[in-house]
Design a protein around this ligand. Structure first.
Ligand SMILES: Nc1ncnc2c1ncn2[C@@H]1O[C@H](COP(=O)(O)O)[C@@H](OP(=O)(O)O)[C@H]1O
Ligand SMILES: [Mg+2]
Length: 271
């Protein structure tokens, strides 16, 4: 992708974020989908804006969004390259007006998220990552490269572990209790992966369900920043478009891979 295309992509995601913010700042209706998860006009406004943006930038590539209608599994499994979009991740946080929601766009090649944009409209922050090209965080006019950090020695500093506000609290607490010294915080949406990417958190264990669109963009940011998003069972990187289901396995996000955390992680996950 040319740098002009990447700039246009980021600008377009931020523009969609402004539409979301306008709705956030006024009254809006909340509907419920078949799985009882909330849906607002902001999810749909961002979906339409992002699908139109990607259609302009790369008309040849298919787009799969959380708010797309059904796409036949055999059609999707035939895609070697496509855009995967979560127009509003953290809809419950949006409804609760705590600002912890994001717009997410990932480019998937052969199951691997190779490029990702995550934008948090209320924070005014955008994260971007591209395989072999590094990751950055922008806020206002400033754009800084970001790097996942090495795990600190737990005797010197606690590991910062971040978890969901609403999902899998029990498994999260049990996992944290089995690690060496930790400092735990909770947060909504893909912001958790971005915290690991920028070296502000060490681990994000997700021992509860998510879908591929919840994680793909931020996984591209994390890996471009030197971190890992690993299947909690196999410790292999998460992949997309593997079969009929779009559910991710349980996973763990971590900064730079080393033997210490691998040991601690395997021990904490094994129980
Ligand atoms: N039972 C379930 N199955 C699949 N995904 C689930 C789920 N429960 C929660 N999620 C996903 O978890 C996301 C929220 O994560 P978190 O708790 O970390 O903020 C939701 O994103 P949306 O807000 O886009 O629906 C939703 O997709
Ligand atoms: Mg989501």
């Amino acid at each position: 992708m040319s740098s002009e295309h990447k700039d246009a992509l980021v600008a377009g995601v931020e523009e969609a974020g402004r539409l979301v913010l306008e709705i956030y700042q006024r009254d809006f209706e909340v509907e419920h989908k078949d799985d009882n998860s909330p849906l607002t006009e902001a999810d749909l406004a961002a979906h339409h804006a992002l699908v139109a943006l990607l259609g302009r930038l790369t008309p040849e590539l298919p787009v799969l969004s959380e708010e797309s209608g059904e796409i036949a599994t055999e059609t999707r499994l035939g895609w070697s390259c496509y855009w995967l979009v979560d127009p509003l991740d953290g809809t419950k946080e949006f409804v609760n007006r705590n600002g912890e929601f994001t717009l997410n766009v990932a480019l998937i090649e052969h199951g691997v998220p190779v490029l990702g944009v995550v934008h948090a409209p209320v924070l005014g922050v955008t994260w971007f990552g591209e395989q072999d090209n590094g990751a950055w965080r922008s806020e206002g006019e400033s754009r800084q490269p970001i790097h996942a950090r090495e795990l600190p020695d737990p005797a010197e500093a606690p590991w910062v572990v971040v978890g969901s506000r609403r999902h899998g609290a029990e498994a999260f607490e049990a996992f944290c209790a089995r690690l060496p010294a930790t400092e735990c915080t909770s947060m909504g949406s893909s912001l958790k992966l971005c915290l690991v990417a920028e070296g502000k958190a060490d681990l994000y264990p997700r021992l509860a369900p998510t879908c591929e669109w919840d994680t793909a963009a931020a996984q591209a940011v994390v890996t471009a920043a030197g971190g890992q998003v690993l299947d909690a069972e196999t410790l292999e990187p998460l992949r997309c478009n593997r079969g009929e289901s779009l559910l991710n396995p349980f996973f763990v996000v971590c900064g730079q891979r080393d033997a210490r955390w691998e040991q601690a992680l395997v021990a904490a996950l094994a129980q």
